[in-house]
Design a protein around this ligand. Structure first.
Ligand SMILES: Cc1cc2nc3c(=O)[nH]c(=O)nc-3n(C[C@H](O)[C@H](O)[C@H](O)COP(=O)(O)OP(=O)(O)OC[C@H]3O[C@@H](n4cnc5c(N)ncnc54)[C@H](O)[C@@H]3O)c2cc1C
Ligand code: SF4
Length: 334
């Protein structure tokens, strides 16, 4: 049985107190929300914080989902410590164009993990790789890798960077719909577009400072757009995505006024494919347009041999999953 290392556990009751506790703990401190990712990582000695600061007793992070702008089509504000179960069941999110967010949340792992796992934890989820998601002894047997304790990348041995994969289901949807994240840290608050939270680097995969807390997620007004998310994984009831396809379309009658296609599981961050969105703009969502966009998404998608399934098959599935996502949006429009 894998055991947790010993650590100090702190329970702040406000954002300010949490930020101060993190400053006290320094680089040896980490935030935890549901712990469904951090605690397994600690058991495998991938992450070894001496102090763990819980975000679950902070009212600002657990406040009920609310609308901005008053009327029914205002944006939606969600505290980052909402559980994935509550998020996927939330009527305000389900019954709007933002339903893709609820859908992605309900596709994460299992009911038990969704009862504990939070939105904030999902959006800040550590990147994954077959050579990293192993016990300490397994990793030691191969002399570790550069993401933790070693010097080499076993996926691309001559690479100066880590290629571990962004495996969050909700993050690609947030990027596709243009959500914004409120970060709170020692220097105050800042609002960042979802895409700007992520770096394409398996080690430094977030642009936020370690002391900053992802406090709120702001979903945009639902004014004429629609979005969806399709997920590829081995076991439909359990597994991480090996490919996620999020598609967002702004409609102008039957024409696509604007579009975004964002892939999960193919890079160290949710990867937007601008060529796919561009291929759809200014035309009807015809079979031809969908095929061109799916092809455009397929070309730059470069999955590596560090997650489940054969990588060339995963690449081919990009075309299939993007097409399916766009076909779903077309069906819903009719
Ligand atoms: C068996 C298994 C299957 C899984 N399957 C999936 C899957 O299919 N799809 C998927 O997306 N995930 C999956 N997960 C990962 C995980 O359960 C979810 O992503 C979950 O939402 C993580 O949330 P959490 O609150 O438990 O995160 P935690 O473990 O608490 O935190 C994760 C990371 O985020 C940081 N963090 C958490 N909240 C904040 C915040 N508000 N501000 C700043 N930093 C924060 C923590 O410091 C930590 O680095 C799986 C996990 C397991 C064990
Ligand atoms: S991509 Fe390379 S460096 Fe990164 S976790 Fe995998 S083996 Fe390690």
């Amino acid at each position: 049985m894998l055991r947790l290392p010993s650590f100090t556990y702190r329970q702040p009751t406000s954002l300010k107190e949490a930020v101060a506790m993190k400053a006290d703990a320094g680089p040896e401190g980490m935030y935890v929300a549901g712990g469904t990712d951090l605690y397994p990582n600690m058991k495998r000695r991938q992450q070894m914080p001496a102090t763990v600061i819980s975000l679950m007793g902070i009212p600002e992070l657990t406040a009920p989902v609310r609308r901005t702008g008053g009327p029914a089509d205002g944006g939606i504000v969600i505290g980052a410590a909402i559980t994935l179960t509550d998020l996927s069941a939330c009527p305000a999110v389900r019954q709007s164009a933002c339903s893709a967010v609820a859908h992605a949340a309900e596709l994460v792992s299992t009911p038990l993990l969704r009862n504990m796992g939070t939105l904030g934890g999902n959006l800040c989820l550590d990147t994954r790789c077959n050579y990293y998601d192993q016990t300490y002894e397994w990793r030691k047997a191969i002399d570790f890798c550069m993401k933790k304790d070693g010097h080499i990348c076993w996926v691309a041995p001559s690479s100066p960077r880590c290629w571990a994969v962004s495996s969050s289901d909700v993050a690609p949807v947030m990027v596709a719909i243009g959500a914004e994240f409120l970060l709170v840290g020692p220097a105050g608050e800042r609002l960042v577009p979802a895409a700007r939270l992520y770096h394409n680097d398996g080690i430094n995969y977030l642009t936020k400072q370690p002391d900053e807390i992802l406090a709120e997620v702001r979903l945009p007004r639902t004014d004429g757009w629609d979005a969806t998310y399709h997920k590829l994984r081995r076991r439909g009831s359990f597994d991480f995505p090996v490919l996620g396809a999020a598609a967002w379309v702004r409609w102008d009658g039957d024409q696509v006024a604007d579009a975004r296609v964002v892939l999960g599981g193919v890079a160290s961050r949710p990867q937007e494919v601008p060529e796919a969105g561009a291929a759809l703009k200014g035309r009807a969502l015809s079979d031809d347009a969908i095929a061109i966009a799916a092809e455009a998404a397929y070309r730059p998608a470069k999955p590596l041999d560090n997650t489940d399934f054969d990588l060339s098959w995963r690449k081919q599935m990009t075309r299939v999953y993007v097409a399916r996502a766009l076909e779903e949006l077309r069906r819903r429009r009719r």
